[in-house]
Ligand binder design. Structure first.
Ligand SMILES: O=C(O)CCC(=O)C(=O)O
Length: 286
């Protein structure tokens, strides 16, 4: 199981802007995570007492309302690897349960995560993409462009494509040669880490099975929100030494009223940053 990264792995992350595969759970453990999450889906997806559809909660900040997702955000193997990249004080800024259903045409165009998050300090932030099912080229695994993070933040155009899972269907304005792309194929229970400026995207799911990933956006307390008015994050290791990021509580029950209120506050704040500067109708949650 993961533990701290080696010096070689850290160098490789700095050079390429990503690292994988990193095993964080054995097969029975990851099967347990997946079945807990799928049971929650079954239990809640038609529940009309929720103010938003279940998928909205799953797609943004599931760790604020689901105890299973919150436990995953605190997973020791995940955080040991993350600590090697961003240091001992770790905040979870956002999580996303990203499911590509069988034969789904949903894609993510080549983009850099940090484009619309409003966060500074790119080197103090990392995405941890935990595979709850195998991720293969056939079922829509991500593709990374090694070293692309070294370009810094580059311009994007918004496409608002209906099959695009990104908030604005955004894509980098440069042409990416498919030969430069690395498929991020993972077995269930493995994770990949990527830098906030990494060029990455993913294709449709052409298989009969679901492609399921839980993604966490981890940052050090030094990272600041520069676009939104306020910002929130959950301390998952060490302490929140930030004076500008409000702490969010860990949910011990699923969809408690306190956690739903917190989810509404955090998601509204993030939405304000993500939708800044666009006149078009942005759907944050697709
Ligand atoms: O899950 C995917 O296909 C893409 C996810 C992604 O873009 C990300 O985690 O930053």
């Amino acid at each position: 199981m993961a533990g701290s990264l080696t010096a070689h792995q850290i160098d490789s992350f700095k050079q390429d802007g990503f690292l994988f595969p990193i095993r964080v759970a054995d097969e029975p453990t990851v099967n347990g995570w997946r079945s807990n999450i799928e049971s929650l889906e079954l239990e809640w997806r038609d529940d009309t007492s929720l103010r938003r559809p279940f998928t909205d909660y799953a797609r943004a900040n599931f760790h604020l309302v689901s105890s299973t997702a919150a436990r995953l955000a605190h997973d020791q193997a995940v955080l040991d690897a993350v600590e090697s990249i961003i240091g001992p004080d770790i905040l979870c800024w956002m999580s996303e349960l990203i499911i590509k259903e069988p034969h789904s045409s949903k894609v993510l165009t080549m983009h850099q995560d940090l484009t619309y998050w409003g966060l500074d300090g790119a080197d103090h932030l990392v995405s941890a993409w935990v595979a709850l099912s195998d991720a293969t080229t056939e079922n829509g695994a991500m593709r990374f462009v090694p070293g692309s993070h070294l370009a810094g933040q580059i311009e994007h155009r918004d496409t608002f494509g209906s099959d695009n899972l990104l908030s604005r269907g955004q894509e980098v304005v440069v042409d990416v040669d498919p030969d430069d792309e690395v498929p991020v194929e993972l077995r269930a229970g493995e994770m990949s880490l990527h830098h906030g400026h990494m060029f990455h995207g993913s294709g449709p799911n052409r298989t009969d099975g679901r492609r399921i990933a839980m993604v966490f956006r981890f940052m050090s307390p030094s990272v600041r929100q520069t676009v939104g008015v306020e910002d929130y994050a959950m301390t998952v290791r060490g302490s929140n030494t930030s004076h500008h990021v409000h702490a969010t509580a860990v949910p011990f029950n699923d969809f408690s009223s306190a956690s739903l209120a917190m989810h509404a506050r955090v998601t509204a704040a993030q939405e304000r940053a993500l939708t800044a500067g666009t006149a078009d109708q942005v759907s944050y949650l697709r």
